[in-house]
Design a protein around this ligand. Structure first.
Ligand code: ADP
Length: 548
């Protein structure tokens, strides 16, 4: 064998910050502070602070390999932690601020976090459990008034640490296989499981995100990651933006539709990324109270299916292009993106929206196959459903501390996504369900996702979820839970609307109207909670789901 003669230039995160410092030092990073004012600095200052943070971490006793938690909104300090912790050779463990105290305790103790950096506006969520965190030696508080009382043991203020630290720091991420980050799945379908990213996997993922075929941010972009930094590494945007030198707008805790609309208009945002719930809320806000969002070139949406009706509405009413993406925490997270390609140029309008509502083509670097119940690969014909399995440069090969896991990883090296999909001959993937959410009626599959999307495109429906309820005759039957846009929805009309697309046996046996659909910590419809409310218990005609 003849080996190539090219450098083994390491795939480590310091490469990104060094590049940004030299190439785009005057580009800016802006953060909306708790009081609504803006904080702004440039990449040159960002670089200096990341280096100071390296020294500050060392002063705290953080060693390479240690896990360091972050409990925060999207802010400039959280961005510094995204680079500073891995730069110090440690592992940035992004904690989901919306988890229950029980889940948080479990995750922090499981990860054995040595220190936690916490946003001052979120102290009340962490303080009550601090005594039960077995391994945490230090808390560091930021994004708040330095004089604010802190009820945590061994707490320091971030800016005090930074003030003492020197800018002269030598990167400690010396090996591309070192762990860089740890993110637990949001637990939509079970207990949270830890995904441990390496420098190598994250650098390759970042290059993947930078492809035009993926999200493709450039220096000219103004990027608003609404997707939280604790949700699957904010879909890789912080790293991709820093590498290309894009302007970053961090929304802090201002995630409600009205402030988001103002940020997009005021900052002339070109790429904004978030889950469908966020864009659904923004759409209705803009209809009530119009703002100019025409600067947006790509409204990136993922995390759960974006209803086709909403994709259409953004394009029709605001001329905004929606990029529908699919991913998983286990995939760093980008897996596929739905953008139109030249081969779609002869499609009519309806056909184009059909394409954009799919989860799309796999980003180069991700390989996929569909497998049936017997483990056999099935055809990419756009009709045959099966479980999606993936492999690639940025796909997990094991969960943290969970060895010999044959439930999630196959013997021949693929990750079992738990998503049920079809893929057409052009490689376009459509998620029809999660294996755990499918409704099986009389031996036939009914796709809860298809029913939900159709229901949500009805003009009287704001949101809808479909779950399976046990049925003596059929095994399972669908139950629809909907939030009416105003007043109530007519069930006959909803049935007629569904019948235009689906066979009669797909029609829900029951409809239940609620004020709100419960959401998980990352804003997905919480079907586990819905099942507990309806399927497992007595059907209550006037349920009151708890706030997300
Ligand atoms: P969790 O697995 O706990 O929900 P993740 O955020 O990692 O946490 O979720 C990944 C899952 O989210 C995917 O397996 C898929 O079911 C769903 N998902 C992500 N993006 C989309 C999308 N665009 N359309 C439909 N489902 C999606």
């Amino acid at each position: 064998m003849l080996h190539g003669l090219m450098m083994d230039y390491p795939l480590t995160l310091d490469v990104i910050v060094e590049h940004a410092r030299r190439m785009t030092p005057r580009k800016t990073i802006k953060t909306k502070l708790p009081d609504g004012a803006w904080h702004e600095y440039d990449y040159a200052e960002f670089y200096r602070r990341v280096k100071k943070l390296g020294n500050a971490l060392a002063a705290l006793g953080v060693e390479p390999g240690d896990r360091v938690g972050t409990f925060a909104w999207n802010t400039f300090e959280h961005l510094e932690l995204y680079f500073g912790i891995p730069g110090a050779g440690a592992v940035a463990h992004t904690l989901n601020i919306r988890l229950s105290p029980e889940q948080l305790k479990f995750i922090i103790n499981h990860a054995e976090d040595k220190a936690i950096f916490v946003d001052g506006t979120l102290l009340p969520l962490l303080e009550p459990i601090a005594a039960e965190l077995e391994t945490v030696e230090r808390f560091v508080v930021f994004n708040c008034d330095q004089r604010q009382a802190v009820n945590l043991p061994n707490a320091t203020h971030y800016e005090d640490l930074m003030a003492e630290a020197s800018e002269d720091f030598e990167w400690r991420c010396t090996d591309e296989d070192m762990a860089l980050g740890l993110c637990y799945t949001s637990g939509t379908t079970g207990m949270p499981k830890g995904v441990l990213y390496s420098h190598r996997s994250m650098m390759l993922h970042t290059l993947g995100v930078m492809q035009a075929a993926a999200l493709g941010p450039t220096e000219a972009d103004v990027v608003l990651p609404v997707v939280p930094q604790f949700h699957a590494m904010a879909w890789g945007l912080p790293y991709a933006c820093a590498w290309v030198g894009a302007t970053i707008i961090m929304p802090g805790r201002h995630l409600q539709p009205a402030p988001l609309a103002e940020m997009i208009e005021g900052e002339r945002v070109t790429i904004a990324a978030g889950v469908p719930t966020i864009w659904n809320g923004l759409y209705h806000e803009l209809r009530r109270n119009p703002r100019d969002i025409s600067s947006i070139a790509q409204l990136v949406v993922g995390g759960s299916a974006m209803p086709r009706g909403l994709i259409e509405a953004y394009e029709r009413d605001f001329n905004v292009n929606v990029a529908h993406a699919w991913g998983m925490t286990e995939m760093s997270p980008i897996g596929s993106v739905s953008k139109l390609q030249t081969r779609h140029s002869d499609l009519d309008e309806a056909g184009r929206w059909d394409i954009k509502a799919k989860q799309g083509y796999f980003v180069p670097g991700v390989d996929a196959r569909i497998v049936d119940d017997d483990g056999r690969e099935v055809a990419w014909d756009g009709e045959t459903m099966g479980e999606l399995q993936v492999r690639g440069y940025w796909v997990a090969r094991q969960y943290y501390k969970l060895e010999h896991d044959h439930e999630h990883f196959t013997d021949d090296g693929w990750f079992r996504t738990g998503d049920v999909v079809t893929i057409d001959a052009d490689g376009y993937m459509t998620i029809t369900d999660r294996t755990k959410d499918l409704v099986k009626s009389g031996g036939e599959w009914i796709s809860s996702v298809d029913l939900e999307n159709r229901l949500m495109s009805h003009p009287d429906v704001l949101e809808a979820a479909v779950i399976a309820i046990a049925d003596e005759t059929w095994g399972e039957r669908p139950l629809a839970v909907q939030v009416p846009l105003e007043g109530s929805c007519d069930e006959q009309a909803l049935n007629a609307w569904l019948l235009e697309r689906f066979p009669k046996f797909w029609l829900p046996d029951r409809y239940v109207a609620v004020d709100e659909i419960p959401k998980t910590g990352v804003g997905k419809m919480d079907k586990k909670a819905l099942r507990q409310m309806f399927a497992d218990g007595e059907l209550d005609p006037h349920p009151k789901p708890s706030a997300p």
